[in-house]
Design a binder for this molecule. Sequence first.
Ligand SMILES: *Cc1c(COP(=O)(O)O)cnc(C)c1O
Length: 378
Amino acid sequence: MEEWQRLLAEGVNNARQWCEEFPEQDALVAKRVDDVFQLRVNKYWMDLMKAKGYPEHLMKQVAPDERELDDQFGFDDPLSEEKMSPVPGLVHRYPDRVLFYVAHQCAFYCRYCTRKRKVSDPESISREQLRRAYEYIAAHKEVRDVVLSGGDPMMLKDDPLVDIVRNLRAIPHVEVIRIGTRIPSALPQRVTPELCARLKPYNPIWMMVHFDHPDELTPEAIASLNRLADAGFPLMNQTVLLKGVNDNVEALAKLFKGLLMARCRPYYLYQADITKGTNHFRTTVEKGLEIMKGLRGWISGIAIPHYVIDAPGGGGKIPMVPNYVERWADGKLVLRNFKGTVHEYPEVAEDPGDPVVMVRNGPYGNRGVTGCEGIDVD
Ligand SMILES: *Cc1c(COP(=O)(O)O)cnc(C)c1O
């Protein structure tokens, strides 16, 4: 048995084991929560929580909570993935790319999981289901980007994971393969040198990792990111904005700067989906925009992800951007920068022959008000 498999086996895998670790936990709540969506925390993450003194921002991600049971607000399938699924396990929502669900299991179960409806199913995905997905992708020449997801694809053993990647690489129009995984933060020991070496020939494989809090950037996690980067996989991070976990500028700025040090680019910050039983994790969108304003300009641009709402009903990811435009009229934009100072940007004339626009927008017409020094209006 490999180390990562031992850490899984020695972790918490049900309500009884959770209550042994946390005797103050209401056993009935743990049992009922576990019945709806499995409790799992592997030994690596248990040790991490212990070492940090069981802080809320780590505990809340994995601990059973009564509020999971009485949320009448959310949906089982908030992104309408099943409706956009041409064959089981594939979601084809965007023109040139698909999401390919290849594993039910994860190294631990995030209580805010968006796919509670299918994740943690103990069954494995059949060869027949995988074969139909390859057939669909091969028949659809517009699909040039395949996102492996789940569950966690890296929970598969090396052979089946490499097999999937090899099958996709054999389809000539598949250009990019992505692996969406929480393994580097959840069970970094799984990123073995052998796995990296076996996947490397199938590059470009973009590793879409998932860190939610800077405390997850342990020496082991950073080492696993380094192994992936050294094998030539570009690293991108996805974070879910979660109330009581990371809904503040300090935590996210520290996380995003830390990721850069591990050669990992923050890619998406997700507004929490409206998944049944996760309502207590949701922040307001206003809060998210405020956090983005607290990041942009203040830390490296390469550390700043896109803040998106994955639209209910399957609308896809829609960027949420703080408003930096005060006014947009008379051939100019009045902009406010990250520090709050106001700057004007004259637009180019759409019709260069229009003398009025030339006067308003021409390079000499309004030199005095371009405001490069900034006008502080606060
Ligand atoms: C997120 C997602 C993708 C990938 O979207 P990008 O914006 O290209 O990262 C593809 N398909 C589905 C169904 C998704 O949810």
